[in-house]
Design a binder for this molecule. Structure first.
Ligand SMILES: [Zn+2]
Length: 68
């Protein structure tokens, strides 16, 4: 995946992203059946405004940097 030019020069521009809880489909241990398991919590992550790179489980410091 080509890196965005501005992201290379300036670094990523992170924005908050959240995802509502939804049913997640996971393959079982037998890999033959799909089992529906409800996601326990809202997925919270950062996404680069420009190149759409995502960062899972951002640290509190990273979140504060965006808010400032
Ligand atoms: Zn980026």
């Amino acid at each position: 995946m080509p890196t965005n030019f501005f992201c290379r020069i300036l670094g990523h521009t992170w924005i908050h992203r959240t995802e509502d809880p939804k049913v997640a489909w996971n393959a079982g241990k037998d890999m033959l059946q799909l089992h529906a398991t409800p996601a326990g919590e809202i997925r919270f992550y950062l996404e680069c405004h420009r190149c759409k790179v995502t960062k899972e489980n951002p640290t509190l410091q990273e979140i504060k940097k965006i808010n400032n």
